[in-house]
Design a protein. Structure first.
Ligand code: JET
Length: 244
């Protein structure tokens, strides 16, 4: 998979060299490119923003640098073979996007190439998404109902959710199966987990976990997961397994 990030703050993506993404790059299953939008801003001040048409507060990202950046990354108008075999999706993190979820991560893990367009200020001129969607799939995606200063942190979060699903990634394949929001857990949150010591600062690990009785342990975990979900995320109950 190829992951590209277009941003006015390339330094935000330094963490990609660490952790799981860095390991995936080393393992050769991932290729990462970080691009400074200003490299495609050709006026003297290399400006990327302008006042909103129709008035209002704040600034809007100009379409021209984004158009140049996308043409370049998608190989439009060039005699190069930069188009990757398989599907490409341009992802625009946005508080106005559709909600990003585990099922979105699973869908995106099947693409050959993802291009994250990280907006700032009041957003990117709406014609940019319209233009890109004539060439490739475009998805505006939101992490949740809150506002960030730009798409960078959201792009990193989505990246981590997607990359850990790539084949040949996480060491223990079972660890992907039982966690919250995975298929096999339905739409339940993960049950509480414990490790040694059996007693710590006056608190004991639930006795059933020391019993070695696998059926009882499974029943206890399911009950805990249901209880936790009822308390913290009642919105998840009564949903089918693939929606979380
Ligand atoms: C976000 C993502 O805040 C979030 O995304 C970053 C952001 C901030 C400001 C503007 C912006 O523009 C996007 C755009 O899309 C067409 O113009 C993006 C909150 N939850 N998830």
């Amino acid at each position: 998979m190829k992951l590209d990030y277009v941003t006015i703050f390339p330094a935000y993506f330094a963490p990609l060299d660490l952790s799981l993404v860095g390991k995936a790059v080393e393992a050769g299953i991932l290729n990462v490119g970080v691009y400074d939008l200003r490299d495609w801003a050709y006026d003297v001040h290399r400006s990327v923003d302008d006042t909103p048409m129709g008035g209002g507060a704040g600034m809007v990202m100009k379409p021209e640098p984004w158009g140049q950046a996308l043409d370049c990354l998608l190989g439009i108008g060039a005699d190069t073979d930069t188009e990757v075999n398989g599907r490409t999706c341009v992802i625009i993190p946005s508080p106005s996007g559709e909600l990003f979820s585990q099922s979105t991560a699973r869908e995106l893990a099947d693409y050959a190439r993802l291009i994250f367009a990280c907006g700032r200020y009041e957003g990117i001129d709406a014609r940019v998404a319209q233009y890109a969607s004539s060439a490739v799939e475009v998805r505006e995606l939101s992490l949740g109902d809150y506002v960030l200063n730009g798409g960078e942190v959201a792009a990193l979060a989505m990246t981590e959710a997607i990359v850990r699903l790539l084949p040949g990634f996480v060491g223990n394949p079972d660890s992907l199966e039982e966690e919250s929001h995975s298929e096999s857990m339905g739409s339940l949150l993960e049950y509480p987990v414990y490790t040694k010591p059996a007693s710590w600062r006056g608190m004991d690990v639930p006795e059933v976990l020391l019993s070695g009785h696998h059926a009882k342990i499974a029943a206890w975990r399911l009950n805990q997961a249901e209880e936790l979900t009822r308390m913290r995320r009642p919105d998840l109950l009564g949903r089918s397994g693939d929606s979380a």
